[in-house]
Design a protein around this ligand. Sequence first.
Ligand SMILES: Cc1cc2nc3c(=O)[nH]c(=O)nc-3n(C[C@H](O)[C@H](O)[C@H](O)COP(=O)(O)OP(=O)(O)OC[C@H]3O[C@@H](n4cnc5c(N)ncnc54)[C@H](O)[C@@H]3O)c2cc1C
Length: 354
Amino acid sequence: MNQIADVLVIAEQIQTDLQSISLELLGAARQLAGKLGVGVQAIIMGHNIGDIPQTLIHSGADEVFVVDQPELAEYTTLTYRRALITVLESLPRTPHIILCGATTIGRDLAPRIAAYFKTGMTADCTELDIGDYEHKSKVDPSKIGIYHNCLYSIRPSFGESLKARIIGPWRNPQMATARSGAMEPIQPDTSRSGNIVPVKVNFQETDFRVKVIETIRDVASNVDLTKAKVIISGGFGLGGPEGFDIVRDLASVFKDSAVGSSRRGVNAGWISYSHQVGQTGKTVRPELYIALGISGAIQHRVGMGKSKTIIAINKDESAPIFQYAHYGIVGDLFVVVPLLKEQFKKALASAGRG
Ligand SMILES: Cc1cc2nc3c(=O)[nH]c(=O)nc-3n(C[C@H](O)[C@H](O)[C@H](O)COP(=O)(O)OP(=O)(O)OC[C@H]3O[C@@H](n4cnc5c(N)ncnc54)[C@H](O)[C@@H]3O)c2cc1C
């Protein structure tokens, strides 16, 4: 048996819809597990979750623990915590690493699991890796030494100007949450096989201290920026909520497109938060990202800087976005966008993609 335990992913579904972060985490887990020479486990909780466990296996899990009970139909902190701890306690070995999404649910659940195991956790990672670490600090002499196979949790810090590598090898599980869109899923393979292990949870009365009376889905939050191939984003340069009409108009030219926004656009109340790209919004990496009237602050860049092609339109030639856009147009967006739209339409039509 390998001395190192497996890497475990806490998968996430909302109303039986598997969240893409779960597949991204499995992609990252496969890479980490490959370096450690161990397997990948996943946990999925919910009610009537159908073939989600199979999808997790096709997407990289070797073993999936499933808690499928009516008490888990809606997310509440205490019921999901109970289910998760029941599964983790049933494992013959505590996982070496646990990964969770930096989503609303993940941000609620992961610290509770870390607290339960009295272990460390790094939030909002954008990269994960494995490596060694030599601890020399004399503050706690019992910790001095070389630690192997540590989880390197890498995340932007100090206003995103530095990348911090955070290590906590003293206790397992070593835990991290990862931002949506930051990790790469693997290509699903329907021939992959693995174990699906149902787990029964005995809830306690105290787990139901919070009751969900009604769930109202915000239609606008269905914007799936992380899946769109083309994102047209608008910023404060749009001048008002009606400025987003031109953004939507340009987006309508492309298939698989979505409308994004800078935080200033969202803060001004011009568009809902679900459209926000950046440090406190979504992390995206589309084929094409067009930024209209966005200055390109570092907090915006961390959310879209990995896009394959970035086009920026800004009337200020010294706007920071021109330092990292692949193509820049200096000009008034209200003049440039209609011209650009016609050019894109022609190009897409001649490529048979109009
Ligand atoms: C902790 C923290 C977290 C943050 N998180 C995020 C985040 O997740 N996402 C995010 O985006 N920001 C975030 N921010 C805010 C960020 O620092 C910037 O303030 C914000 O991105 C600026 O938005 P903007 O580019 O739309 O506005 P501005 O910086 O005001 O830029 C507007 C741009 O529009 C141009 N412009 C004006 N009129 C026109 C026109 N007619 N045609 C062409 N160009 C025009 C201007 O030249 C200017 O460059 C965060 C900040 C902090 C402190």
